[in-house]
Design a protein around this ligand. Structure first.
Ligand code: AMP
Ligand code: GLY
Length: 358
């Protein structure tokens, strides 16, 4: 098989690592890949968000499968466009990817499905949001509605910080149109955990639980990042808790997506806060987490290709997912200045030989 992996992170290196071990995989391409993927296959000079470039390459080279790593091309509708060309692609189409592209859309679905989540209000107008904030108890969590490269969530400790966050997001538009609307949530306390499910829109399988370490620097001294490391499974997610998440979060979200007529095939990644009242959804991502993928894939006994093919064929119901009785851990090395400065540095995820360059 000829496979194209879209993205340039440690995640895409891990996906490549898992697929390259499969005797059915003959050729691996990465767009654009990184220093690590260079040793697994061929890095193409096409960025993950360059849809015309990706579609041109796919049209000429007819890969047997495209695996899309990051959210941006999924939200741009890359999978819909590939499917229209009869090229199988793993990941949701644009309508399903809204689960990550719009926090207000997702909050609406969560409420409709009765899935536990933080209480919230949404605003299109900064002054109205400011007036509302004055009547609330702090801290409050202010979220730009759209994609913001993981930076669109601000925890405001007081009114002045809320004012500033609303000004940045809604008036100065530091995240562009993603800040046309904000979601303001109550602050939830607890530990965070991630549950990755893979679904064909009807059935699903659960991957091991994981936790990523958000703050940079020792002793949690630095700002939040996309994750400075991760481990799986997460000991805090007991078998009973996992069952609760399955019942209260995973099954209802797949059910409501179906009811709403939103096709969804790919990874459903639930970011959860484990509160004293039980697990509550902080967000959904429409893709594998990074660095979580680096610790999840080594725990799969079932070949990743089988999981992907069963998803695309709508046959996850008959796949028996086998997991290894093991734990995995990864540490991210980041260039100076991360997460603020995203210069031409190198990031390495130290699990085996995986690495990522941004
Ligand atoms: P999100 O992109 O919505 O997952 O938010 C990014 C990060 O902000 C999460 O991983 C949490 O650390 C934090 N966060 C988001 N929402 C809340 C909330 N309601 N209460 C406390 N922390 C939150
Ligand atoms: N590690 C967090 C994410 O992939 O969104």
């Amino acid at each position: 098989m000829k496979i194209l992996i879209v993205g340039n992170g440690g995640r895409e290196h891990a996906l490549g690592w898992a697929l390259q071990r499969d005797a059915r995989v003959r050729e691996l391409f990465f767009a654009p890949g990184n220093a690590g993927t260079d040793s697994l296959g061929c890095n193409l000079p096409i960025q993950a968000t360059d849809l015309p470039g990706l579609l041109d390459w796919a049209g000429e080279n007819r890969p047997d499968l495209v695996v899309v790593g990051p959210e941006a091309p999924l939200c741009q509708g890359l999978v819909d466009r590939l499917e229209a060309m009869n090229i199988p692609a793993f990941g949701p189409g644009e309508s399903g990817a809204r689960l990550e592209a719009s926090k207000t859309f997702t909050k609406g679905l969560l409420l409709k499905a009765g899935i536990p989540t933080a209480r919230s209000a949404e605003f299109q107008d900064a002054s109205e949001a400011r007036v509302w904030c004055r009547k609330q108890t702090f801290p409050l969590v202010i979220k730009a509605d759209g994609l913001a490269a993981g930076k669109g969530v601000i925890i405001a400790q007081n009114e002045a910080e809320a004012d500033q966050a609303l000004g940045e997001i809604m008036e100065r538009k530091v995240f562009g149109a993603s800040g046309n609307c904000v979601l303001i949530e109550e602050f939830l306390e607890g530990q965070e955990a991630s549950i990755h499910a893979v679904t064909d829109g009807k059935d699903y399988v659960l991957l091991p639980s994981s936790q990523d370490h958000k703050r940079i620097f020792d002793q949690d001294q630095g700002p939040n990042t996309g994750g400075m490391g991760a481990y799986a499974p997460a000991p805090i997610v007991t078998e009973a808790l996992l069952q609760e998440v399955e019942e209260k979060v995973i099954r209802p979200i797949i059910h409501i997506l179906r009811e709403e007529g939103i096709p969804y095939r790919g990874v459903l990644y639930a970011g959860l806060m484990l509160t004293a009242q039980g697990p509550k959804v902080l967000e959904f991502n429409c893709r594998f987490g990074d660095p979580e993928t680096e610790v999840l894939l080594p725990l799969l006994e079932t070949p990743l290709l089988d999981l992907i093919q069963a998803t695309l064929a709508g046959k996850l119901g008959s796949l028996e997912l086998k997991l290894r009785e093991a734990s995995a851990l990864t540490v991210v090395l980041a260039a100076p200045g991360y997460p603020e400065a995203r210069g031409p540095g190198e990031f390495f995820s130290l699990a085996g030989s995986r690495g990522r360059r941004v």
